[in-house]
Design a protein around this ligand. Structure first.
Ligand code: TYM
Length: 337
């Protein structure tokens, strides 16, 4: 039986966090056997907020290294840089002509980000979810493993796909989200009501995958808990709940097993337990990232290979879409690279 297809991506817009790892990357690794997977480093999404060019290049490469270090097999999966496959932008334009101002204005991520930008809101930020829809629909992905913060964008993708299919005939697979029930939302260690995000102002509550050992220890030991002093799993103790989630996910235990592990213990021991679990996972990951970053030509070869494979698939969908909407087919030999 033909495997179902997966697409997902992470923006190289900042350093990757434990939220990106537990909410997305680690699940991708788990899914790579069962599905045909396409994972992208979505640099075109990153530029919806102004980036330093040199840093963007470096972070894109680092993100590639992190994908591999986390266990993604670049032969089994297609791993590529979004801007290397121009069909994303091309389909993005067409889908933009099939999406509405109203639905895009309702995106909470857009409202959040634009609220801090005064009068200078880039239109790319507004159109961002259309490009995300293009990423997914270009490959006719069945499943999109993401954290819960992406739910609304996925709904919009489905709406656009259904609309297009209704107008032009069956074209796109209607994709579904895939969420890990506990990892789908990792919260900030300082403000545990807020999701841990690479773009937050205060970095003290964010565990970056490449933070050094001392920094990780400090951030976890200073994480906000509460004055109740008991380790239990409920919404009145968001800080403790978040630490338990992190512990359970990293140690691959259930919440019950984690609660049993900390039974009769205090917050200091909880934080020590989380610290150990974080270091046990991240230090080996960091070692692999460093080794890969020392071998840039290997990473660059993989990028080229990944983009060629992604493009071969993307071209087929784009050609189908262009034909359906009435463009004259391009003479492909003139455009072959
Ligand atoms: P981005 O780069 O913000 O985040 C990458 C992935 O990490 C997840 N995530 C989290 N999960 C749990 N807890 C957290 N604290 C946390 N923070 C981030 C996100 O849900 C995401 O899965 N728009 C996307 C990138 C994208 C994309 C796509 C994803 C572009 N095109 C197509 C899937 C398919 C984004 O900004 O993710």
């Amino acid at each position: 039986m033909k495997k179902q297809r997966i697409f997902s991506g992470i923006q190289p817009s900042g350093n990757l966090t434990l939220g990106n790892y537990l909410g997305a990357l680690r699940n991708w690794v788990a899914l790579q056997e069962e599905y045909e997977c396409i994972y992208s480093i979505v640099d075109m999404h990153a530029i919806t907020v102004r980036q330093n060019p040199q840093e963007l290049r470096e972070r894109s490469l680092l993100t590639m290294a992190l994908y591999l270090a986390a266990g993604l097999d670049p032969q089994e999966n297609i791993v590529f840089i979004q801007s290397h496959v121009p069909e994303h932008a091309q389909l993005g334009w067409i889908l933009g002509c099939n999406s509405y101002m109203g639905e895009l204005s309702r995106m909470t991520q857009y409202k959040d980000k634009s609220s801090r930008m005064g009068d200078s809101i880039p239109t790319g930020l507004f159109n961002y979810p259309v490009l995300m829809a293009a990423d997914i629909l270009l490959y006719n992905a069945h499943l999109v493993p993401v954290g819960e913060d992406q739910t609304q964008h996925l709904e919009l993708t489905r709406d656009i796909a259904v609309r297009f299919n209704n107008a032009y005939g069956e074209t796109f697979v209607i994709p579904k989200g895939y969420f890990n029930p506990f990892g789908a939302r990792i919260y900030d260690l300082q403000t545990p009501e807020k999701i841990m995000s690479k773009s937050s102002q205060n970095q003290q509550g964010i565990l970056f995958l490449l933070d050094d050992e001392k920094t990780l220890k400090r951030k976890i030991s200073r994480s906000v808990t509460d004055s109740l002093g008991t380790i239990s799993y409920n919404d009145h103790q968001p800080g403790v709940k978040n630490l338990l989630n992190i512990f359970a996910l990293l140690r691959e235990l259930s919440i019950e097993e984690s609660l049993a592990y900390f039974e009769g213990k205090g917050y200091k021991q909880l934080k020590d337990g989380v610290t150990e679990a974080v270091l046990d996972s991240l230090l080996p990951l960091q070692k692999k990232v460093n080794e890969l970053m020392d071998n840039r030509s290997y990473l660059e070869d993989l990028m080229l290979h990944g983009a060629q494979r992604a493009r071969a698939l993307a071209k087929v969908t784009l050609a189908d879409v262009e034909e359906k909407i009435g463009f004259i087919p391009r003479r492909t030999d003139e455009y072959r690279d």
